[in-house]
Design a protein around this ligand. Structure first.
Ligand SMILES: O=C(O)C(O)[C@@H](O)[C@H](O)[C@H](O)COP(=O)(O)O
Length: 237
């Protein structure tokens, strides 16, 4: 299976602009085809400039549901909340008209919250139209962490699209706290998936991960499962 080409952009502005334009296009296509569209985005530091541009996109945001590809199991009042990040950076300006669907819920367990999020997403639309992913320097995307007991389940391609609870890593391994994550089938059935990368280190990690075992390396799993993946990179961090 061949890895998608890494598209290189001269600076952070051109990179963020291109990522936002592709995501906006996929949402517009979704609205045209289904009357509604679903966007799912990552947390972390990489997406903010993309969200800032996507928020200004000229599309019918009232027909868009925005959700997360993963979340820390914390309420929105926490500085670690991806929901709070997305509300602050994406759901402003024209994009404020979108509906937000959280993965976090104050349930008895993270697995129960994951089941509730799966149900809520499935009633909306099982298909994600536009997905923005980041990647950690350990090669994780969403909350698909190396050594995690949930990794193999999250990477199983022939399950139903679903959200899973992810336990904290043992012995100092990531993640430091409980998380929720969408699984690979959500990415396989997506209309368009943009992986936004910055810096020489992440480029090298991507190249290494793309050649890994798809059962335990999320990037290799996406390639093997033919996720409609576009990799946008810029040197500037
Ligand atoms: O909430 C999160 O942490 C994520 O969604 C995660 O998968 C993120 O995309 C990577 O950890 C990269 O994070 P950076 O963009 O901060 O390097």
């Amino acid at each position: 299976m061949s890895s998608p080409a890494i598209e290189t952009f001269p600076d952070a502005a051109a990179w963020a602009e291109a990522a936002a334009a592709r995501l906006a296009e996929a949402l517009t296509e979704g609205v045209a085809a289904q009357g509604r569209a679903v966007f799912a985005g990552a947390g972390g530091s990489t997406p903010s400039p993309v969200y800032a541009r996507l928020a200004q996109a000229d599309l019918d945001w009232s027909k868009v549901t925005a959700t997360l590809v993963d979340e820390r199991y914390v309420p929105e009042t926490s500085p670690d909340s991806n929901a709070a990040l997305m509300k602050r950076t994406l759901l402003t300006g024209p994009a404020a008209a979108a509906r937000f669907l959280p993965l976090y819920a104050p349930s008895v367990t993270v697995d129960r919250a994951a089941a509730e999020a799966s149900k809520a997403l499935a009633t909306d639309d099982a298909r994600l139209d536009a997905v923005l992913l980041g990647m950690g320097e350990d090669g994780h995307i969403c909350s698909m962490f190396p050594e995690s007991p949930t990794l193999k389940t999250l990477l199983t391609p022939n399950l139903k699209p679903a959200v899973y609870g992810v336990p904290p890593g043992r012995d100092g391994m990531a993640p430091p706290q409980e998380r929720l994550s969408i699984n690979l089938p959500y990415l396989i059935s997506a209309r368009r998936v943009v992986l936004a990368l910055t810096g020489a280190k992440k480029r090298a990690v991507f190249e290494r991960e793309a050649a890994g075992d798809p059962r335990i390396h999320p990037i290799a799993a996406m390639i093997a499962a033919k996720v409609p993946l576009e990799v946008l990179w810029t040197e500037a961090v």
